[in-house]
Design a protein around this ligand. Structure first.
Ligand code: 13P
Length: 392
């Protein structure tokens, strides 16, 4: 199960001067194309799901496929919520399997950005998940022409960056030094002196958004100055669209004929970037250096006293509803023994946590305390509780 801690992964890249590709995916063709490229080139990868793209797919469904792809990978993978809008988005992303999250409050003034980001860090760290924040403003929209979204670039300053990291506790910082999201006319001018000063001051992995359309030399200089994660989407989307246009021009009719070869086109573009950014061949070293991402099964076997079957069922339904909302909980399953007389215990809770740190957080969470003290414990006399770290 080579899902790994994203903090360890990016620390390795930062220390060894390469950048992990953070490819945004919007369909199974993207997911399969990206995974084919990273497996072939033995590169670590961050599979990114941007909240700004949620109108194009069902986030829960695509996350199930993303987690499955990551689990069967042989290269290290992290799954990241890109441009999360608020704390609830982050909690939802973690529940569905993201083990790294970004909260993007960079359109707010400094203090508000810091307040929102710090709130997210507090919760995410309590359940073991690292956080990326953004300071300064990177205009544009992924996948679109940059000039259609002409917001003012606000550059990150080293002083503000240091204050932001101190105030929020973010693990990685996305900086604004001249890139924009989406397609640009001409080559962007990047402020490498500024980047070098930020890197010197912070010493944490830096992130570049708007990775599409830079020159080889620019990528090199970004990485030399502390960038360990490059977000990349528009060029993948354009490669896919070119493939479809070529299929149509050759007379392809119907969906499957028109999207034929899209996966391979995306994989080719990913390979090009992996070669440029130096992550090729780093998979084994990252697997060595990074903590494997181990989830936890919090299991309770119990019996109830003084409840009929209908009441016991209602109690479980209420628990599934309430407890699954607690940050860090991946799922809550309940069950009843198939053999009513044989086992010592008749009922089961199987609660999955995203990280061992959730064990204490969950135990003390007010919603759990209320449900456990007021609803569950008074009727669940006999029980046994065990936390299992799940094998890779
Ligand atoms: P591009 O679409 O310009 O590659 O930017 C991607 C990005 O920054 C996603 O967060």
């Amino acid at each position: 199960m080579p899902i790994v801690n994203m903090k360890d992964m990016l620390r390795h890249a930062h220390a060894n001067r390469y950048a992990v590709p953070a490819f945004d995916l919007v369909s199974l063709d993207f997911l399969e194309g990206i995974m084919a490229a990273v497996e072939e080139m033995r590169s670590p990868v961050i599979l990114s799901l941007a909240e700004s793209h949620f109108e194009y797919y069902d986030f829960a469904l695509i996350m199930a496929a993303t987690v499955a792809a990551a689990k069967r990978a042989t290269v290290p993978v992290a799954i990241h919520l890109d441009h999360g809008e608020n704390l609830q988005s982050v909690i939802d992303g973690i529940r569905l399997g993201c083990n790294g999250v970004m909260v993007d409050a960079s359109h707010h003034p400094f203090e508000e950005n810091a307040r929102i980001t710090a709130e997210v860090v507090k919760t995410a760290h309590a359940v073991g998940v690292p956080v990326e924040g953004e300071l300064g403003y990177v205009p544009g929209v992924e996948g679109e022409d940059a000039e259609k979204h002409p917001g003012e670039i606000r550059y990150t300053t080293p002083e503000e960056a240091a204050r932001f990291v101190e105030q929020t506790g973010v693990d990685f910082l996305a900086v604004s030094i001249g890139t924009v999201h989406g397609r640009m006319k001409g080559e962007p001018k990047l402020d490498f002196d500024r980047l070098a000063a930020i890197n010197e001051r912070l010493g944490i992995p830096l992130v570049i958004h708007g990775g599409t359309g830079l020159s080889e030399e620019q990528y090199r200089q970004l990485i030399d100055n502390g960038v360990a994660k490059i977000n990349y989407y528009t060029a993948l989307a354009d490669a896919a669209a070119r493939r479809i246009a070529a299929n149509v021009a050759e007379g392809a009719k119907g969906y499957t004929a028109q999207v034929k070869g899209v996966r391979e086109a995306i994989a080719a573009e990913c390979r090009r970037m992996i070669a440029l950014w130096g992550s090729a061949g780093q998979a084994e070293a990252v697997l060595e250096a990074a903590e494997p991402w181990r989830t936890v099964a919090h299991v309770i076997f119990y019996n109830t006293e003084g409840l009929d079957e209908a009441q016991a069922k209602a109690l479980r339904a209420e628990g599934r509803e309430v407890l699954s909302r607690i940050p860090g909980v991946l799922s809550v399953e309940t069950g009843t023994a198939i053999q009513p007389s044989a086992p010592k215990f008749r009922y089961l809770w199987d609660v999955r946590f995203c990280h061992p740190r959730v064990i204490d957080y969950y135990r003390d969470h007010p919603e759990h305390v209320r449900y456990a003290d007021e609803r569950f414990r008074p009727v669940a006399g006999e029980r046994i509780t065990i936390d299992f770290e799940l094998d890779e």
